[in-house]
Design a binder for this molecule. Sequence first.
Ligand code: ATP
Length: 412
Amino acid sequence: MADLNLMEKIVSLAKRRGFVFPGSEIYGGLSGTFDYGPMGVVLKENVERLWLAMFRDDRDDMYGVDATILMNPKVWEASGHVQTFADPLADGKMFNTMFKTSVGAGEEVSTVYMRPETAGGIFTNFKNVVDSIHPKIPFGIAQIGKAFRNEIAPRDFIFRLRELSQMEVEYFVKPSDWEQAFEEWRKLMHLFAVAVGIPQTMLHELEVSDGDRAHYSKRTIDFEFEYPFGRKELWGLAYRTDFDLSAHAKASGTELSYLDEETKEKFIPHVIEPSLGVDRTILAILTSAYREDDMGGETRTYLALAPKIAPIKAMVSPLLKNKPELVEKAREVRAELKKVHSAIAWDDNGNIGKRYRRQDEIGTSFCITIDFDTLGETPNLKDTVTLRHRDSGEQERLTISEVVSRIRSAIE
Ligand code: ATP
């Protein structure tokens, strides 16, 4: 069920609390562009870092590249994007959604495209990675970066953008091994969903039928998410066969095959591609995390973000800001927590309930309050603090070192 009211609330919270702002807003915006603000940029980085860990760094068969956005236009001719990366206009005519720009000046000027997917820069570096790293097949190349699509109708906040970010893997296998690799990456995508806090109940796999797949794919699963505006694509997993490497080999005249040293077999690897949009992931995370409840007779809004990806891990607060001994002790506690993670906020503004509410809205899991008991007013409570939990609002009295280890284990 579409819940447009929920969408409005998410957009409004995202703006109010510094997650996502409309692009070029003071000039009336630019359709299909959004900027990440102070909270959003950290959330985005945390999502990307987690993806890098799970899809690249925790594995022994994955390597990274960071390729350019502007590429030789022959790349997009060979990949088929010049001919087929198009959507129908209202009159039925096809409109190619790749952005064009020009490089050079005067007689030297030529037209190039801004990449519509990051994959292009992976395929063009296939040979470089093989020649420099000598990976054993199966292996893959991962990349995060911007992609550009001149969408005819950008809409639904950061769902359909003209400038977007992608996290993509091209995983190279022996032709006979594609099904097994497809299943492995499919599982990892589900694990990633769980890790960022997207519940399995809101995620659905859709087997894309023959007629609807991209020109390069023999099998595609769309991972769909229940956004407030309906169930739509979040990520894609595609079996791209040897389409890309073969096409680039042919068009460039460069051999793009792999020599298996053990069997002395030479072949063009086949490719499994898990492709994840960063912005759609952020929207799915915000949608999954948005909550309202009743607390102390008032409606409270909070984001139940996974501590691992929350922009702020904990907030430290002296009960009163005009008591130097409380402030000093709170500063010490904060310094201690900062050794665990740098994203430990400080707030001494307004009453304590308001401080908690501010952190709830940005998804901070823990708030720590330093009071007179921390200083030893009640002797057996010396060096204990109040740890307040975001989701339940419950508070417990713990020693500072207990709090340190709680926070460490929550974000590990
Ligand atoms: P759609 O059918 O929604 O247009 P697509 O099938 O064209 O998407 P892919 O080409 O498979 O998308 O791109 C891979 C991923 O990149 C998508 O699963 C999505 O997460 C992201 N993505 C694609 N287009 C956009 C866009 N315009 N804005 C934001 N993210 C996008």
